[in-house]
Design a protein around this ligand. Structure first.
Ligand code: PLP
Length: 381
Protein backbone atom coordinates (compact mmCIF):
# COMPACT_ATOMS: atom_id res chain seq x y z
CA UNK A 1 0.00 0.00 0.00
CA UNK A 2 1.41 3.43 -0.90
CA UNK A 3 1.96 5.84 1.94
CA UNK A 4 0.83 9.31 0.95
CA UNK A 5 1.38 12.22 3.28
CA UNK A 6 -0.99 15.17 2.78
CA UNK A 7 -0.76 16.63 6.29
CA UNK A 8 2.13 19.09 6.06
CA UNK A 9 0.39 21.74 8.16
CA UNK A 10 0.59 19.29 11.07
CA UNK A 11 4.29 18.75 10.47
CA UNK A 12 6.51 18.55 7.42
CA UNK A 13 9.18 15.83 7.07
CA UNK A 14 12.87 16.61 6.57
CA UNK A 15 14.18 17.09 3.08
CA UNK A 16 17.46 15.21 2.45
CA UNK A 17 19.39 18.49 2.80
CA UNK A 18 17.85 19.30 6.18
CA UNK A 19 18.43 15.76 7.44
CA UNK A 20 22.10 15.92 6.42
CA UNK A 21 22.51 19.34 8.05
CA UNK A 22 21.16 18.04 11.36
CA UNK A 23 23.58 15.11 11.34
CA UNK A 24 26.44 17.38 10.36
CA UNK A 25 25.71 19.83 13.18
CA UNK A 26 25.24 17.05 15.73
CA UNK A 27 28.75 15.85 15.01
CA UNK A 28 30.34 19.26 14.60
CA UNK A 29 28.93 21.08 17.59
CA UNK A 30 28.16 19.02 20.65
CA UNK A 31 29.38 21.86 22.89
CA UNK A 32 27.30 24.22 24.98
CA UNK A 33 27.21 27.57 23.18
CA UNK A 34 27.57 29.36 26.53
CA UNK A 35 30.89 27.62 27.30
CA UNK A 36 34.01 29.68 26.66
CA UNK A 37 36.29 26.82 25.51
CA UNK A 38 36.76 25.63 21.92
CA UNK A 39 33.78 23.25 21.97
CA UNK A 40 31.51 26.01 23.23
CA UNK A 41 32.90 28.46 20.73
CA UNK A 42 32.24 26.04 17.88
CA UNK A 43 28.61 25.62 19.00
CA UNK A 44 28.31 29.39 19.38
CA UNK A 45 29.59 29.83 15.85
CA UNK A 46 26.81 27.53 14.55
CA UNK A 47 24.24 29.35 16.70
CA UNK A 48 25.29 32.80 15.51
CA UNK A 49 25.39 31.72 11.88
CA UNK A 50 21.90 30.21 12.16
CA UNK A 51 20.51 33.36 13.76
CA UNK A 52 22.11 35.48 11.08
CA UNK A 53 20.64 33.33 8.32
CA UNK A 54 17.12 33.17 9.76
CA UNK A 55 17.09 36.89 10.53
CA UNK A 56 18.17 37.72 6.97
CA UNK A 57 15.56 35.41 5.45
CA UNK A 58 12.78 36.99 7.52
CA UNK A 59 13.96 40.57 7.09
CA UNK A 60 14.90 40.97 10.74
CA UNK A 61 17.98 41.98 12.69
CA UNK A 62 19.86 39.17 14.44
CA UNK A 63 19.15 40.62 17.88
CA UNK A 64 15.43 40.55 17.07
CA UNK A 65 15.35 36.73 16.77
CA UNK A 66 14.86 34.66 19.89
CA UNK A 67 15.11 30.87 19.65
CA UNK A 68 12.44 28.83 21.47
CA UNK A 69 11.08 25.30 21.48
CA UNK A 70 8.53 26.10 18.76
CA UNK A 71 5.31 27.88 17.95
CA UNK A 72 3.51 27.28 21.23
CA UNK A 73 6.36 28.62 23.34
CA UNK A 74 6.87 31.61 21.06
CA UNK A 75 3.20 32.54 21.25
CA UNK A 76 3.17 32.12 25.04
CA UNK A 77 6.30 34.25 25.33
CA UNK A 78 4.81 36.97 23.14
CA UNK A 79 1.45 37.14 24.90
CA UNK A 80 2.35 36.44 28.52
CA UNK A 81 5.74 38.17 28.22
CA UNK A 82 4.17 41.33 26.91
CA UNK A 83 1.38 41.28 29.49
CA UNK A 84 3.86 40.90 32.33
CA UNK A 85 6.18 43.63 31.12
CA UNK A 86 3.57 46.24 30.26
CA UNK A 87 4.28 49.59 31.83
CA UNK A 88 0.86 51.19 31.46
CA UNK A 89 -1.51 49.50 33.90
CA UNK A 90 -4.49 50.85 31.96
CA UNK A 91 -3.64 48.83 28.85
CA UNK A 92 -5.52 45.64 29.59
CA UNK A 93 -7.14 44.58 26.34
CA UNK A 94 -5.90 42.02 23.82
CA UNK A 95 -7.88 41.71 20.58
CA UNK A 96 -7.86 38.43 18.69
CA UNK A 97 -10.17 36.18 16.66
CA UNK A 98 -12.02 33.03 17.72
CA UNK A 99 -10.35 31.00 14.94
CA UNK A 100 -6.77 31.28 16.23
CA UNK A 101 -4.69 28.22 17.05
CA UNK A 102 -5.18 26.89 20.59
CA UNK A 103 -1.65 28.06 21.44
CA UNK A 104 -3.11 31.57 21.29
CA UNK A 105 -6.65 30.91 22.54
CA UNK A 106 -5.61 28.93 25.61
CA UNK A 107 -2.89 31.42 26.49
CA UNK A 108 -5.43 34.23 26.29
CA UNK A 109 -7.83 32.25 28.49
CA UNK A 110 -5.00 32.01 31.01
CA UNK A 111 -4.41 35.75 30.79
CA UNK A 112 -8.14 36.50 31.05
CA UNK A 113 -8.12 34.77 34.44
CA UNK A 114 -5.39 37.24 35.42
CA UNK A 115 -7.21 40.38 34.40
CA UNK A 116 -6.68 40.69 30.64
CA UNK A 117 -9.76 41.77 28.76
CA UNK A 118 -9.84 39.55 25.69
CA UNK A 119 -11.93 40.78 22.76
CA UNK A 120 -12.81 38.41 19.92
CA UNK A 121 -13.44 39.81 16.47
CA UNK A 122 -16.20 38.26 14.42
CA UNK A 123 -15.37 36.09 11.42
CA UNK A 124 -17.53 35.38 8.40
CA UNK A 125 -18.40 32.05 6.81
CA UNK A 126 -15.08 32.12 4.92
CA UNK A 127 -13.05 32.71 8.10
CA UNK A 128 -12.28 36.37 7.35
CA UNK A 129 -12.10 39.16 9.89
CA UNK A 130 -13.30 42.65 8.96
CA UNK A 131 -10.56 45.30 9.44
CA UNK A 132 -13.36 47.88 9.83
CA UNK A 133 -14.55 46.04 12.94
CA UNK A 134 -10.99 45.99 14.27
CA UNK A 135 -10.76 49.73 13.69
CA UNK A 136 -13.90 50.23 15.79
CA UNK A 137 -12.74 47.89 18.54
CA UNK A 138 -9.23 49.30 19.07
CA UNK A 139 -9.44 51.75 21.95
CA UNK A 140 -7.41 53.38 24.72
CA UNK A 141 -7.32 50.12 26.71
CA UNK A 142 -5.90 48.05 23.85
CA UNK A 143 -2.42 46.69 24.46
CA UNK A 144 -2.09 44.17 21.62
CA UNK A 145 -3.76 42.62 18.61
CA UNK A 146 -2.87 38.96 17.99
CA UNK A 147 -3.84 37.27 14.73
CA UNK A 148 -2.68 34.44 12.52
CA UNK A 149 -0.69 35.30 9.41
CA UNK A 150 -1.85 32.13 7.65
CA UNK A 151 -4.53 29.83 8.97
CA UNK A 152 -3.53 26.27 9.84
CA UNK A 153 -6.90 24.67 9.04
CA UNK A 154 -8.05 26.81 6.12
CA UNK A 155 -4.88 28.27 4.64
CA UNK A 156 -6.49 31.76 4.73
CA UNK A 157 -4.07 34.68 4.68
CA UNK A 158 -4.98 37.52 7.05
CA UNK A 159 -4.84 41.18 5.98
CA UNK A 160 -1.72 41.65 8.11
CA UNK A 161 -0.58 44.89 6.50
CA UNK A 162 -3.92 46.57 7.11
CA UNK A 163 -4.16 45.19 10.64
CA UNK A 164 -0.59 46.27 11.41
CA UNK A 165 -1.21 49.74 10.02
CA UNK A 166 -4.30 50.15 12.19
CA UNK A 167 -2.28 49.03 15.20
CA UNK A 168 0.52 51.49 14.44
CA UNK A 169 -1.90 54.40 13.98
CA UNK A 170 -3.36 53.66 17.39
CA UNK A 171 -0.19 52.92 19.35
CA UNK A 172 -1.12 49.25 19.73
CA UNK A 173 1.32 46.34 19.33
CA UNK A 174 0.70 43.55 16.83
CA UNK A 175 1.64 39.89 17.36
CA UNK A 176 1.33 37.66 14.36
CA UNK A 177 1.23 33.87 14.60
CA UNK A 178 3.38 33.16 11.57
CA UNK A 179 3.77 29.43 12.24
CA UNK A 180 2.02 28.38 9.02
CA UNK A 181 3.37 31.26 6.98
CA UNK A 182 7.14 30.87 7.26
CA UNK A 183 8.46 28.89 4.30
CA UNK A 184 5.07 29.19 2.54
CA UNK A 185 4.88 32.97 2.13
CA UNK A 186 7.56 35.58 1.62
CA UNK A 187 7.99 37.40 4.91
CA UNK A 188 9.81 40.70 5.21
CA UNK A 189 9.53 41.88 8.78
CA UNK A 190 11.31 45.14 8.00
CA UNK A 191 8.50 46.09 5.64
CA UNK A 192 5.60 44.65 7.68
CA UNK A 193 4.01 46.55 10.57
CA UNK A 194 4.43 43.57 12.90
CA UNK A 195 6.02 43.81 16.37
CA UNK A 196 6.08 40.16 17.44
CA UNK A 197 6.11 37.17 15.09
CA UNK A 198 6.08 33.49 16.06
CA UNK A 199 7.42 30.65 13.92
CA UNK A 200 8.18 26.96 14.17
CA UNK A 201 10.73 24.94 12.20
CA UNK A 202 8.83 21.67 11.82
CA UNK A 203 6.23 23.41 9.65
CA UNK A 204 8.87 24.17 7.01
CA UNK A 205 10.66 20.80 6.93
CA UNK A 206 12.89 21.61 9.91
CA UNK A 207 13.16 19.72 13.21
CA UNK A 208 10.37 19.56 15.78
CA UNK A 209 10.86 21.33 19.09
CA UNK A 210 12.61 24.39 17.69
CA UNK A 211 11.21 27.71 16.59
CA UNK A 212 11.54 31.35 17.25
CA UNK A 213 10.02 34.64 18.17
CA UNK A 214 10.80 37.88 16.38
CA UNK A 215 10.75 40.75 18.85
CA UNK A 216 10.96 44.10 17.14
CA UNK A 217 13.71 46.33 18.55
CA UNK A 218 12.26 48.39 21.38
CA UNK A 219 9.46 45.97 22.35
CA UNK A 220 10.06 44.76 25.88
CA UNK A 221 9.02 41.33 27.15
CA UNK A 222 9.29 39.48 30.44
CA UNK A 223 10.78 35.95 30.21
CA UNK A 224 8.37 33.04 30.65
CA UNK A 225 10.68 31.14 32.95
CA UNK A 226 13.71 31.97 35.09
CA UNK A 227 17.13 30.52 34.53
CA UNK A 228 20.21 31.25 32.46
CA UNK A 229 20.93 34.32 30.44
CA UNK A 230 20.58 32.70 27.04
CA UNK A 231 18.68 34.48 24.30
CA UNK A 232 19.22 37.91 25.83
CA UNK A 233 17.87 36.60 29.15
CA UNK A 234 14.46 36.18 27.55
CA UNK A 235 14.64 32.43 27.24
CA UNK A 236 16.89 30.69 29.73
CA UNK A 237 18.04 27.17 28.84
CA UNK A 238 20.77 25.71 26.62
CA UNK A 239 19.91 26.20 22.98
CA UNK A 240 19.42 23.10 20.81
CA UNK A 241 22.14 24.18 18.41
CA UNK A 242 22.03 21.29 15.90
CA UNK A 243 18.25 21.66 15.55
CA UNK A 244 18.54 25.44 15.22
CA UNK A 245 21.18 24.95 12.54
CA UNK A 246 18.91 22.51 10.67
CA UNK A 247 16.02 24.99 10.99
CA UNK A 248 18.12 27.67 9.32
CA UNK A 249 19.02 25.28 6.51
CA UNK A 250 15.35 24.34 6.10
CA UNK A 251 14.33 27.98 5.79
CA UNK A 252 17.15 28.72 3.40
CA UNK A 253 16.06 25.80 1.24
CA UNK A 254 12.41 26.85 1.36
CA UNK A 255 13.20 30.38 0.25
CA UNK A 256 15.83 29.44 -2.36
CA UNK A 257 13.39 27.90 -4.85
CA UNK A 258 10.36 29.57 -3.35
CA UNK A 259 8.52 30.67 -6.50
CA UNK A 260 9.05 27.38 -8.34
CA UNK A 261 8.07 25.32 -5.27
CA UNK A 262 4.93 27.37 -4.67
CA UNK A 263 3.92 27.06 -8.34
CA UNK A 264 4.31 23.30 -8.13
CA UNK A 265 2.34 23.09 -4.87
CA UNK A 266 -0.45 25.32 -6.25
CA UNK A 267 -0.64 23.13 -9.35
CA UNK A 268 -0.93 19.99 -7.21
CA UNK A 269 -3.63 21.51 -5.02
CA UNK A 270 -5.60 22.65 -8.04
CA UNK A 271 -5.38 19.18 -9.52
CA UNK A 272 -6.51 17.73 -6.19
CA UNK A 273 -9.45 20.12 -5.83
CA UNK A 274 -10.54 19.65 -9.45
CA UNK A 275 -10.26 15.89 -9.11
CA UNK A 276 -12.25 15.76 -5.88
CA UNK A 277 -14.96 18.11 -7.14
CA UNK A 278 -15.36 16.44 -10.52
CA UNK A 279 -15.57 12.91 -9.12
CA UNK A 280 -17.78 13.61 -6.10
CA UNK A 281 -20.94 15.65 -5.58
CA UNK A 282 -21.93 17.61 -2.54
CA UNK A 283 -18.42 18.85 -1.78
CA UNK A 284 -17.64 22.42 -0.82
CA UNK A 285 -14.24 24.08 -0.42
CA UNK A 286 -14.03 25.97 2.88
CA UNK A 287 -12.17 29.20 3.58
CA UNK A 288 -11.18 32.26 1.61
CA UNK A 289 -10.40 30.73 -1.77
CA UNK A 290 -9.11 34.00 -3.24
CA UNK A 291 -6.63 34.63 -0.51
CA UNK A 292 -4.88 31.58 0.88
CA UNK A 293 -1.68 29.58 1.06
CA UNK A 294 -0.91 27.49 -2.02
CA UNK A 295 -0.75 24.21 -0.09
CA UNK A 296 -3.96 23.94 1.93
CA UNK A 297 -7.45 22.83 1.05
CA UNK A 298 -10.30 22.26 3.47
CA UNK A 299 -13.22 20.27 2.12
CA UNK A 300 -16.74 19.87 3.43
CA UNK A 301 -17.99 16.44 2.41
CA UNK A 302 -21.73 16.54 2.97
CA UNK A 303 -23.36 13.41 4.33
CA UNK A 304 -20.09 11.92 5.57
CA UNK A 305 -18.55 11.83 9.02
CA UNK A 306 -15.09 13.38 8.69
CA UNK A 307 -13.56 11.10 11.28
CA UNK A 308 -14.73 7.95 9.47
CA UNK A 309 -13.45 9.47 6.25
CA UNK A 310 -10.02 10.11 7.76
CA UNK A 311 -9.83 6.62 9.26
CA UNK A 312 -10.77 5.05 5.94
CA UNK A 313 -8.31 7.24 4.05
CA UNK A 314 -5.65 6.17 6.53
CA UNK A 315 -6.49 2.54 5.76
CA UNK A 316 -5.81 3.41 2.11
CA UNK A 317 -2.43 4.87 3.14
CA UNK A 318 -3.49 8.52 2.93
CA UNK A 319 -2.64 10.84 5.84
CA UNK A 320 -4.92 13.88 6.06
CA UNK A 321 -6.37 15.74 9.00
CA UNK A 322 -9.52 17.10 10.57
CA UNK A 323 -7.97 20.38 11.62
CA UNK A 324 -5.33 21.25 14.18
CA UNK A 325 -3.07 18.25 14.76
CA UNK A 326 -3.61 18.15 18.49
CA UNK A 327 -7.33 17.80 17.83
CA UNK A 328 -7.25 15.03 15.26
CA UNK A 329 -8.26 11.83 16.92
CA UNK A 330 -10.80 13.68 19.06
CA UNK A 331 -14.41 13.74 17.99
CA UNK A 332 -14.92 17.44 18.74
CA UNK A 333 -15.81 19.48 15.68
CA UNK A 334 -13.27 22.17 14.75
CA UNK A 335 -13.65 25.32 16.86
CA UNK A 336 -12.62 27.23 13.75
CA UNK A 337 -15.47 26.03 11.55
CA UNK A 338 -17.98 26.42 14.38
CA UNK A 339 -16.89 30.04 14.88
CA UNK A 340 -17.36 30.59 11.14
CA UNK A 341 -21.02 29.61 11.51
CA UNK A 342 -20.82 25.97 10.41
CA UNK A 343 -23.22 23.56 12.12
CA UNK A 344 -21.54 20.82 14.19
CA UNK A 345 -22.50 18.34 11.43
CA UNK A 346 -20.86 20.48 8.75
CA UNK A 347 -17.77 21.00 10.89
CA UNK A 348 -17.48 17.26 11.53
CA UNK A 349 -17.84 16.57 7.82
CA UNK A 350 -14.85 18.76 6.90
CA UNK A 351 -11.29 17.55 6.37
CA UNK A 352 -8.00 19.22 5.48
CA UNK A 353 -5.35 18.26 2.98
CA UNK A 354 -2.05 20.15 3.19
CA UNK A 355 0.64 19.55 0.58
CA UNK A 356 4.30 20.31 0.10
CA UNK A 357 6.93 20.28 -2.61
CA UNK A 358 7.65 16.65 -1.67
CA UNK A 359 4.27 15.54 -3.10
CA UNK A 360 3.73 14.41 -6.68
CA UNK A 361 1.00 14.42 -9.32
CA UNK A 362 0.75 10.65 -9.04
CA UNK A 363 0.01 10.97 -5.33
CA UNK A 364 -2.70 13.54 -6.01
CA UNK A 365 -4.38 11.16 -8.45
CA UNK A 366 -4.20 8.31 -5.96
CA UNK A 367 -5.73 10.46 -3.23
CA UNK A 368 -8.59 11.47 -5.55
CA UNK A 369 -9.13 7.78 -6.31
CA UNK A 370 -9.09 6.68 -2.66
CA UNK A 371 -11.23 9.60 -1.53
CA UNK A 372 -13.88 8.90 -4.18
CA UNK A 373 -13.99 5.20 -3.31
CA UNK A 374 -14.24 5.84 0.43
CA UNK A 375 -16.85 8.60 0.14
CA UNK A 376 -19.03 6.42 -2.07
CA UNK A 377 -18.82 3.61 0.47
CA UNK A 378 -19.50 5.85 3.48
CA UNK A 379 -22.45 7.55 1.82
CA UNK A 380 -24.03 4.15 1.19
CA UNK A 381 -23.93 3.25 4.88
N1 PLP B 1 0.23 28.16 15.53
C1 PLP B 1 -0.20 27.54 14.43
C2 PLP B 1 -0.95 28.32 13.39
C3 PLP B 1 0.02 26.17 14.23
O1 PLP B 1 -0.44 25.56 13.14
C4 PLP B 1 0.73 25.46 15.24
C5 PLP B 1 0.96 24.00 15.12
O2 PLP B 1 0.09 23.27 14.68
C6 PLP B 1 1.20 26.17 16.37
C7 PLP B 1 0.93 27.50 16.47
C8 PLP B 1 2.01 25.48 17.43
O3 PLP B 1 3.30 25.22 16.95
P1 PLP B 1 4.26 24.12 17.64
O4 PLP B 1 3.74 22.79 17.23
O5 PLP B 1 5.61 24.38 17.08
O6 PLP B 1 4.20 24.36 19.10
Amino acid sequence: MPKIYFDHNATAPFTPTVKASLQEAEEACFGNPSSVHWAGREAKRFLNASREKIAALLGAEEREILFTSGGTESINTALVGLWESRTQASKIEIITSPIEHHATLKTLEYLAERGTQVTYLSVDRKGRIDPEELKERIGPLTLLVSLLYAHNELGNLSPVEEVGRLCRENGVLFHCDGVQAVGKARIDLKALPIDLFSFSAHKFHGPKGVGGLYVREGVSLAPLHRGGMQERSLRGGTENVPAIHAASVALEEAMRDFEADQRKIAFLRERLEKGLLSRNDNLLLNGDLENRLANTTNVLVRGVDGESLLINLDLEGVAASAGAACESGSIDPSHVLLAMGFSPEEAKASIRFSLSKLNTEGEVDEVVESFTKVVKRLRKI
